[in-house]
Design a protein around this ligand. Structure first.
Ligand SMILES: [Zn+2]
Length: 308
């Protein structure tokens, strides 16, 4: 009788175990999206208000299947070096000190510098996070080399436009993605700022350039597929400032508002970010996506709302 009870107890215990193993996982155990690469594409002078009219099928598909805003706001003044610095450094002009369109060094003393002598950049944060992982930067305008932490980036390449075209930068960037499969890499195009200054923001030449840039974005997305990393890659499309007539630098919405698009694993689909998005939110958001810690000095906010 005693042993029969024991058997009964064992059987009921195993039934209980099967039952509990079949329970769905509680909400808190939902897995984080598996993102191992961030590929960022920057377009100098891409104005938020001109995107709707643009023939940019790849970018618009990323918006339809990702999270986006056309009103991410410039630091002041709304010029290039100031805003690329803000994007990379997670702080505004008053802290990083780059004040002119083409500043190569801070125009006044930065509020705080890191171990490499400049305000910590996204590359500083990623180097601190995992020094073994590759990061890289590709750009057509040489000033970018002065705005990133060249000691913390694995490799950077200044590849200027040739005869008004960007095929060289695109080809080098594609080779990097295919060969190196970097943790974080970025390609920053000089256009459509070039066409904006020469022909005007929204001119036929400016709009035609947007379509060419879109074809480069499509080639880059294809490259991640060939490299076998597409499913684990988050794409970011970003600009520094917009423009109006043949210039920018002031405080109109046309000059200050630029697009910011996120597309990849775990990102909400067709989600327009309604809350305020500042240029200096970019670095903290990239750090958050890759699990790196934001340097103490950063003032931007990670846009965590882009994820499901
Ligand atoms: Zn410009």
């Amino acid at each position: 009788m005693k042993s029969l009870l024991k058997v009964y107890a064992l059987v009921s215990l195993s039934v209980m175990c099967v039952a509990c193993c079949n329970q769905p996982a509680p909400q808190s155990q939902i897995e984080e999206p598996d993102i191992q690469h961030v590929v960022m594409i920057g377009m100098d002078g891409l104005a938020g208000h001109l995107v709707e009219a643009a023939d940019m099928p790849t970018m618009k598909q990323m918006m339809a299947q990702g999270a986006w805003t056309l009103r991410s706001r410039s630091a002041l003044p709304s010029v290039s070096a100031v805003n690329w610095a803000s994007a990379y450094m997670g702080v505004s002009t008053d802290m990083h000190g780059y004040l002119q369109w083409g500043s190569r060094v801070p125009d006044f003393e930065p509020a705080e510098v890191g171990e490499n002598g400049i305000t910590p950049t996204i590359f500083t944060a990623l180097r601190r996070y995992d020094a073994t992982k590759r990061t890289s930067a590709f750009f057509e305008w040489d000033v970018h080399a002065c705005l990133i932490d060249s000691v913390a980036v694995s490799a950077f390449y200044h590849i200027p436009m040739r005869d008004g075209h960007s095929e060289d930068l695109t080809a080098a960037f594609i080779e990097e993605i295919t060969q190196q499969k970097p943790l974080f890499t970025m390609a920053i195009y000089d256009s459509p700022d070039v066409e904006g200054h020469e022909f005007g923001w929204g001119s036929p030449e400016y709009m035609a350039r947007l379509t060419v840039l879109d074809s480069h974005i499509a080639e880059i997305v294809e490259a991640t597929k060939s490299a076998g990393i597409y499913d684990k890659t988050l794409f970011i499309l970003v600009a520094d400032h917009g423009g109006i007539d043949k210039g920018h630098g002031r405080t109109t919405p046309e000059e200050m508002n630029a697009p910011l698009v996120f597309f990849g694993p775990g990102v909400k689909q067709g989600y327009e970010i309604e809350s305020a998005v500042m240029r200096y939110d970019l670095a903290p958001t990239i750090a958050h996506i890759l699990g790196a810690e934001a340097p103490e000095v950063w003032r931007g906010k990670a846009l965590t709302q882009i994820f499901e």
